[in-house]
Design a protein around this ligand. Structure first.
Ligand code: SER
Length: 323
């Protein structure tokens, strides 16, 4: 893997994904080799040690400085505004999600950065996309600003790879479920909140209707997918926009039933809000055969195993960080 020579910058290291990816990268490459960065110092540090820098990815000069100072060879650029919060702040979502990416791609084009990871999303699909087993290449007509900005980002990634040879790799993540750090304002967040409320109050008010199916993934699978994609031989990478990756697909009713196997008195109510319309425009399940064929993607967690693991870990946390 050449771990000794890599120097990695994680942008958005305090987020739901950033926290766990930073920790995983530090385990692989060594704490000192992974520079975590975000807008603010983390309240729950990702690892015990390792460098941290304040960085707003819209500040291109500061980004360049950090890349030079630490001799960065790989960037994981995770900072973004997600679907629900993006609808409240559409211009900021566009600015951060697109111009932030362009700053990273430009810096990569000019400098010593060998590889860039950039997350895309199931939100690049829209109401006219086939909703079941959504293919890698299909209609993409997103209706959220988050999806629009990520779709533009996908095109920019392909462009920088084709035109300038930037080795940029991406995944279209489904909803990510984890217990270490809260998600940042997405439509799929209910699938995290429901576990916490089941343990804390025994009841949950869901903002999506009970039969709303969405593609989801447990964080250990998401982290492994990311590392496997980034470690794959460049010759195997045929998609530079964002690979479809699938794992689990369930509805609020199904996840509630799974939790009730452990907590039989748990109750759920349903009061759909504006996020219902977003969810209705997204796939219900994903065809990830291209990722499976190209670099061997395979999920490990199903709904039952994820639920067991989530509840065990949340119970063991004396003070859940999600509170
Ligand atoms: N989890 C994201 C969201 O709900 C989807 O990529 O916005």
């Amino acid at each position: 893997m050449g771990t000794g020579t890599e120097k990695i910058l994680v942008i958005g290291a305090n987020g739901q994904l950033g926290t766990e990816l930073t920790e995983a990268l530090r385990n692989v490459y060594g704490a000192a080799q992974v520079v975590a960065s975000d807008l603010h110092t983390p309240s729950h540090p990702a690892g015990d040690e390792g460098p941290f820098e304040i960085l707003n990815v819209l500040d291109e000069r500061r980004l360049r400085e950090l890349v030079r100072e630490y001799r960065i060879t790989q960037v994981y650029h995770l900072a973004a505004l997600l679907s629900a919060v993006g609808e409240k702040k559409p211009k900021l979502a566009w600015e951060l999600n697109v111009n932030g990416l362009l700053n990273v791609l430009e810096t990569a084009r000019e400098g010593a950065i060998k590889k860039v990871f950039w997350p895309s999303t199931i939100a690049v699909f829209g109401p006219n996309t086939p909703r079941e087993h959504t293919p890698q290449h299909t209609v993409t007509d997103p209706s959220t600003i988050y999806g629009i900005s990520k779709l533009a980002g996908e095109r920019w990634c392909e462009y920088y790879c084709a035109k300038y040879g930037v080795d940029v790799r991406g995944l279209r993540y489904p909803g990510l479920i984890s217990y270490k750090n809260p998600p940042g304002g997405g439509t799929t967040d209910y699938a995290v909140d429901i576990y916490l409320q089941a343990l804390e109050t025994g009841t949950y008010q869901c903002y999506l209707a009970e039969d709303t199916y969405l593609p989801m993934m447990y964080m250990p699978d998401a982290v492994r997918a990311t590392l496997e994609l980034m470690e794959a031989d460049a010759k195997r990478i045929t998609i530079r926009s964002g690979y479809n990756i699938g794992a689990i697909s369930f509805s609020p009713r199904e996840i509630a039933a799974e939790i009730q196997k452990h907590l039989p008195r748990f109750t759920v109510g349903y009061r759909p809000d504006f996020r219902q319309q977003i969810a209705d425009s997204w796939p219900q399940s994903i065809d990830d055969s291209t990722a499976r064929n190209d670099w061997g993607w395979k999920p490990q967690y199903d709904l039952a195993e994820m639920t067991r693991d989530m509840l065990t870990n949340l119970k063991n946390l004396k003070k859940p960080v999600l509170a």
